[in-house]
Ligand binder design. Structure first.
Ligand code: AQP
Length: 328
């Protein structure tokens, strides 16, 4: 039986944090055998916020290296840089002309990001979800493994595909969201009301995958919790719940067992144990990245190979879409 195809992307806007890893990348790695995998460093999405060109180029290759260090295996997956395949913006334009301003105005991430960065509210930022729809639909993906924050964008991609198929002819597969049961929304350690984010400034906000063991321990020890003393899964206690979820994912223990383990123990012991589990889980990634970071030639080779393999899929889909709308 043919394997189902998954597509997902990540922006080279900064270092990967625990939210990106648990919400997306770890799931890409863990299910590589099950699917036909296409993963993308979405650098064209990154320029919707101000970027220094030289740094963006560096961060693009660094992120690709990080994904390989996390376990993306080129024998099982294709990894490429978005800007290397011209059909992404080309298909986005076709979609742009078939989507209303009203539908786009409901996208909450645009509102959040505009408020965060009022000096650079550009058309690309508004259009971000359309480019994301093109990314996914070009590859006829069956599933899209992402964190919960991308749910609305995925719904839009499905609507775009359904409408196009109805109005012009059967062209796109309708992709299913693949949002993990735990880890879909990792919250900031300093402010558990906000999702952990690359662009959020704060020394104790995010655990980055390249943080040293000391940094990880310090950040977890300072994590915001509450003044109660029981260690139980209670969604209303957001800071504690976030830490417990992180512990649950890395230890694979069930919730009852975790609550029993920490019965009668205080936050000091609990936070230390969460930090230790995370340090051990991230250690091999950090070590592998240290070896890979000097091998820019190898990373470039992997990315070129990935682009060459998936380009024909993108070209075939775009050609079909173009013909359907009369662009030939
Ligand atoms: N806090 C999170 N918890 C779970 N999943 C998350 N993702 C992001 N933050 C969390 C998932 O990571 C994947 C890649 O995200 P992205 O880099 O493309 O963009 P983003 O969602 O905008 O991530 P950031 O960290 O918040 O970046 P900035 O600060 O640049 O906007 C996606 O699957 C996302 O769901």
């Amino acid at each position: 039986m043919e394997k189902k195809r998954v597509f997902s992307g990540i922006q080279p806007t900064g270092q990967i944090h625990l939210g990106n890893y648990l919400g997306a990348v770890k799931n890409w790695v863990d299910s590589q055998d099950e699917y036909e995998n296409i993963f993308c460093v979405v650098n064209s999405h990154a320029i919707t916020t101000t970027q220094n060109p030289k740094e963006l180029r560096e961060k693009t290759y660094e992120l690709a290296g990080m994904l390989l260090a996390c376990g993306i295996d080129m024998k099982k997956s294709n990894l490429f840089i978005q800007s290397e395949i011209d059909e992404h913006p080309a298909l986005a334009w076709v979609f742009d002309c078939n989507i209303s301003m009203g539908e786009m105005s409901r996208m909450t991430q645009f509102k959040d990001k505009s408020l965060k960065n009022p000096k650079n509210v550009n058309v690309g930022l508004f259009n971000y979800p359309v480019l994301m729809a093109a990314d996914i639909l070009l590859y006829q993906a069956d599933g899209v493994p992402v964190g919960e924050d991308q749910k609305q964008h995925l719904e839009l991609a499905r609507n775009i595909a359904q409408r196009f198929n109805r109005d012009f002819g059967e062209c796109f597969k309708i992709p299913e969201p693949m949002i993990p049961k735990i880890g879909a929304r990792v919250m900031g350690l300093d402010e558990p009301a906000n999702k952990m984010s690359k662009s959020f400034n704060g020394a104790n906000h995010a655990i980055f995958l390249l943080d040293t063991p000391d940094e990880i321990m310090r950040k977890f020890k300072k994590a915001t919790t509450d003044s109660q003393n029981s260690i139980v899964f209670d969604q209303k206690r957001a800071g504690l719940y976030n830490l417990l979820n992180i512990y649950e994912i890395f230890t694979h223990k069930d919730r009852r067992k975790i609550e029993d383990e920490f019965e009668g123990k205080g936050y000091g012991v609990f936070k230390t144990m969460v930090a230790e589990v995370v340090i051990e889980a991230l250690r091999p990634i950090r070590e592998k990245y240290e070896k890979l970071r000097s091998q820019k030639g190898y990373i470039e080779e992997v990315l070129n190979e990935g682009a060459n393999k998936v380009r024909p899929i993108a070209k075939a889909t775009y050609k079909k879409a173009k013909e359907f709308v009369g662009l030939v």
